[in-house]
Design a protein around this ligand. Structure first.
Ligand code: ZN
Length: 457
């Protein structure tokens, strides 16, 4: 089969189908009838009807998810994408749910994440079917409905339907992401020791999402000192950005950071740790001062050293830690943080160390969310097939990748992320003017069609 020529032949059909799908504003809504709201239901039904019209076996699993199936056999190869999108936000050049093509780029909410890639995978199935290919395994394009929120849809789906033996998700980037770090969101809550000095920290606030390096943190300070001068001297020396305001004998110190995603915290500037570092330079003395020092030290570096969990492996690199939030007053201090640990790490050991760390300072440790790591060996035949098709189509000699973020592949028992962004593609997911290059999507169709062919012939 000439997958290159065939993928081009399907361009018109791809564009028509994906634009119809992108018109549906499938953002989550509370609803008493449909589990994730009417628009998401409509998007799922739309895919079901496209699949049915083209002669595939389809199944809508109670509105929580569905699949389009092609081929016969005991084994199932899964392709897992999602039809829900994040809210549009503002600042769009053209309306987010009126898909528009400009300069070969398709603009709409969901164009990249994930309807564009889902439709590319679908067209790959259709192309194989219309060429008369008869796969020796079942191929299931599984359609999730709740990826952007809680993954409840896919949990429900897999309670009712068989788990594919292997699968990939077209909801990230090429080439093959074969390992994803474990993700942990946790809180430690400490009692705050009494401060006996004239200079007192009344409260500290910063950050609201643990998966981002916070770009702002604020402290209220009571002091007979000229805190504005103290801060300005300090910030000049340490190249810190921030402002000080005073009102009613109190100072508000606001520190600016540089927000980046928590998977690469070392590339940002954490406003909370920067503020803590400034606070520990004040004459606080005694137990209170050592408390501030302790929490600063715990997150001073982004490698988990201060929490006693620093480690790395060759497959997925170092553990990363991000202090994502702080809520502190004169009684309690609650710290929220995100850890991303390597695939070979022992989660139980990490859990125990964090508990011990918290208890050593009379704190309580609490896990908010945990996603275990996933890893398919790079010489697994499935991984090798996907990678070799990618390299053949693109002419590259790419290697497998690992990721600190979470892709939809984690919903599979054995899965990887595979596309549909290329190295030089614009990454506009969740942003205004989200778009994909149509040439990228046609190339993705070629890669998906040939991969599925190789995996099931
Ligand atoms: Zn997505």
């Amino acid at each position: 089969m000439d997958f290159h020529a065939l993928s081009k032949k399907y361009e018109k059909e791809y564009v028509k189908n994906v634009m119809e799908l992108l018109e549906i504003p499938s953002v989550f809504e509370e609803d008493s009838v449909y589990p994730y709201g009417k628009p998401i239901h409509d998007a799922l039904e739309k895919m079901m009807s496209i699949g049915q019209d083209d002669g595939f076996i389809i199944k809508n699993v109670d509105g929580h998810g569905g699949h389009i199936e092609f081929g016969e056999g005991d084994e199932i190869i899964g392709v897992l994408g999602h039809l829900d999108v994040v809210p549009a936000g503002s600042g769009w050049t053209t309306p987010p749910f009126e898909p528009t093509i400009r300069d070969g780029k398709l603009y709409a909410r969901g164009a990249q994440d994930d309807k564009g890639p889902v439709m590319a995978a679908y067209i790959a199935l259709k192309l194989l079917k219309e060429e008369g290919f008869e796969p020796k395994k079942k191929i299931r394009l599984i359609l999730g409905t709740d990826e952007e929120r809680d993954w409840k849809g896919i949990d429900y789906y897999f309670k009712k339907e068989l788990m594919p033996s292997l699968g990939f998700t077209p909801d990230a980037s090429f080439p093959v992401i074969h390992a994803e770090k474990g993700l942990l969101d946790s809180y430690i809550t400490y009692p705050v020791p009494e401060s006996k000095e004239k200079t007192k920290v009344v409260s500290v606030h910063g950050g609201d999402r643990l998966n981002m390096v916070p770009d702002e943190a604020v402290a209220w300070i009571e002091s007979p000192l000229d805190i504005e001068k103290v801060f300005n001297d300090y910030s000049a020396e340490y190249k810190l950005e921030g402002t000080v305001k005073s009102a009613a004998g109190r100072y508000e110190v606001k520190v600016k950071g540089n927000a980046v995603h928590a998977s690469k915290p070392e590339e940002g500037l954490n406003a909370i740790t920067a503020l803590l570092r400034f606070l520990q330079s004040l004459p606080l003395n005694g137990e209170y001062e050592s408390f501030i020092q302790k929490i600063y030290k715990a997150f001073e570096t982004t490698d988990g050293k201060g929490l006693n969990v620093k480690q790395m492996d060759e497959v997925s690199g170092p553990l990363t830690s991000n202090l994502g939030s702080i809520e502190m007053d004169e009684q309690t201090c609650k710290l929220g943080f995100n850890l991303r640990y390597p695939v070979s790490a022992d989660y139980r050991a990490i859990d125990q160390k964090l508990k011990d760390f918290a208890e050593k300072n009379k704190g309580t440790y609490e896990v908010y969310d945990h996603l275990a790591s996933i890893h398919l060996e790079k010489d697994h035949p499935f991984v090798k097939t996907l990678l070799s098709v990618y390299n053949k189509v693109t002419g590259e000699e790419a290697e497998v990748k690992t990721m600190g973020g979470a892709t939809y592949a984690r919903a599979l028992e054995a899965g990887v992320a595979f596309g549909a962004l290329f190295e030089d593609s614009p990454d506009t997911a969740h942003q205004k003017d989200e778009h994909v290059r149509i040439t990228d999507m046609i190339k993705a169709i070629e890669i998906y069609a040939e991969s599925l062919y190789e995996l099931t012939r």
